[in-house]
Design a protein around this ligand. Structure first.
Ligand code: BES
Ligand code: MN
Ligand code: ZN
Length: 500
């Protein structure tokens, strides 16, 4: 999608569709029944206000978030159409909401065959923040997962113009950065969307390599021999059961002029299909386990964005990619494995495989000199029990690191919630035959999984993102299609930028 910024007046812009927001200026809370909403178009352009005046006065518009109204030949405007999108209460309106409205605009317009539009940035939000939110949200809305449908329409918006006042050069830069981030998020979603027969560890590694050569990153891919030679016993224990060879993908971004430290390590779970292994999963819903490589795909997409945005900080992206299959070669419950770090692991459940591949991924990142670690993984069903589909789980062994991440996360407009990592939970993964077990029983499953990873991050500042409930949209929303969400990429890119 091409992105443009203009400071011209909305009234004067020739476009297929002008999109403006309708906000409720009244003080009533949204469930205050008796209070009438005071609906106003969020723009200082009087002609746009007048063009919408009759409709807003008619009582036909509720002003509730995500409501859309389309006017043809709006009076006095050069635009062919005026799309009004309601954003709810003006008082509570934020750039988080703005992202969703931009996505809604894209999905509304592209379904009608419209290819270009202009979006009026609401004056109440700082212009650069608004430009970012609109461009990122528009990209999120532009993605559809129906690749293999013969009737795929492949409707896409080709160009979005943001109308915002201010320093045009600075706003153009904001739009450009947001485009890179939005495209990278959709690149990640492309990878996650593919089924496991079309996204094996080998194919994932090829896609990473291709991307790296396009954006100028170093990329190394190691196969079974090297994984065994490096004594990655935890990673290999998962890979050994599959006929598809595993891949350890290592992407390096080292810009000229970056300090020797910090070195950020982004480690992703890349299970291209999770059957559960010998502790096999029930058939119902198993098809969704093609998205068990979402954490890995997020790191590949994040590295793409970093390479294009060029912050002055060294970053290493690591993806541990393998299938988790049952077979005559597969590991069995009760087996003891020795991780790369030397720690011994008693396998209780072969379906707790994500933490095994990440154990070696995190340790390897430290070996490569990473001073700060972030991992992303569709790690546990338990995080979905704890937080549902709205928030990803965040874990941290270091408060400074957490605070920095939280800041990046709120700028990126993604919902995440911190969960604890107290020492008490460690008892649940104590083993009588080995150093630790790979499962911690029924209670606090997302936490005991994170406690397991903590054993391999040790004293390196580390953040763990459990995106099992958020990496896949169970239903479509007005601003986003059903399917891969690309969650965490924007927060990761903001986080990396915060070190530059
Ligand atoms: N990939 C799954 C977690 C998952 C669940 C991702 C739902 C997306 C949606 C993970 O490998 C897994 O199987 N975890 C087990 C761990 C258990 C055996 C301790 C789980 O959560 O049930
Ligand atoms: Mn599993
Ligand atoms: Zn898994």
């Amino acid at each position: 999608m091409k992105t443009k910024v203009t400071s011209s007046l909305p009234v004067a812009l020739e476009t297929d569709a002008l999109v403006a927001l309708v906000l409720d200026q009244s003080n009533s809370n949204s469930n205050g029944k008796d209070k009438k909403p005071e609906l106003k178009v969020a723009t200082s352009d009087g002609t746009v206000q007048s063009a919408a005046a009759d409709l807003l006065a008619s009582g036909e518009v509720s002003g509730k978030p995500l409501e859309t109204n389309l006017l043809h030949k709006p009076a006095g405007l050069k635009a062919k159409r005026l799309l009004l999108i309601s954003g709810g209460s003006a008082k509570k309106f934020s750039s988080y909401d703005l992202r969703r409205l931009a996505g809604t605009a894209v999905r509304t317009l592209k379904a009608r065959g419209i290819r270009t539009f202009a979006f009026v940035a609401p004056p109440a939000i700082p212009a650069d923040e608004a430009v970012r939110a609109i461009v990122e949200g528009a990209h999120v809305g532009n993605f559809d997962p129906d690749y293999y449908r013969s009737d795929r329409k492949d409707q896409k918006i080709d160009e979005v113009t943001v109308i915002a006042g201010g320093d045009t050069k600075a706003l153009e830069k904001a739009a450009e950065e947001a485009r890179v981030i939005g495209e990278s998020q959709n690149f990640t979603r492309d990878l996650v969307n593919e089924p496991s027969n079309r996204m094996t560890p080998t194919i994932l590694a090829e896609r990473a390599k291709k991307m790296c050569s396009e954006v100028g990153l170093k990329c190394e891919v190691y196969g079974p021999d090297k994984i065994k030679e490096m004594k990655m016993g935890a990673f290999w224990s998962v890979a050994q059961g599959s006929d598809e060879p595993p891949a350890l993908i290592v992407m390096t971004y080292e810009p000229a002029g970056a300090p020797a430290k910090p070195v950020l390590g982004l480690v992703g779970k890349g299970i291209t299909f999770d059957t559960g292994g010998i502790s096999i999963k029930p058939a119902d819903g198993m098809e969704k386990m093609k998205y068990d490589m979402a954490g890995g795909a997020t790191m590949i997409g994040a590295m793409r964005a970093v390479a294009l945005l060029k912050p002055k900080v060294k970053v290493i992206g690591i993806v541990c990619a393998t299938e988790n299959m049952p077979s005559g070669k597969a590991q069995k419950p009760g087996d003891v494995q020795i991780a790369m770090s030397g720690k011994s692991i008693e396998i209780i459940n072969t379906d707790a495989e994500g933490r095994l591949v990440l154990a070696d991924g995190l340790y390897y990142a430290r070996q490569l000199g990473c001073t700060h670690l972030v991992d992303a993984a569709t790690l546990t069903g338990a995080v979905v029990v704890a937080l549902g589909y709205a928030n990803a789980g965040v874990f941290a062994n270091d408060d400074d690191m957490y605070n920095r991440f939280k800041e990046a996360n709120s700028k990126a407009g993604e919902k995440m919630w911190r969960l604890p990592l107290d020492d008490e939970y460690k008892e649940q993964i104590r083993s009588s035959i080995a150093d630790i077990m790979n499962t911690g029983g029924r209670w606090g499953g997302a936490i005991t999984a994170a406690m397991f990873l903590k054993e391999f991050a040790e004293d390196t500042p580390w953040i763990h993102l459990d995106i099992a409930g958020t990496a896949w949209m169970e239903d479509q929303k007005p601003w986003i299609a059903k399917g891969p969400s690309g969650i965490a990429l924007r927060s990761l890119v903001e986080f990396v930028k915060s070190f530059a």
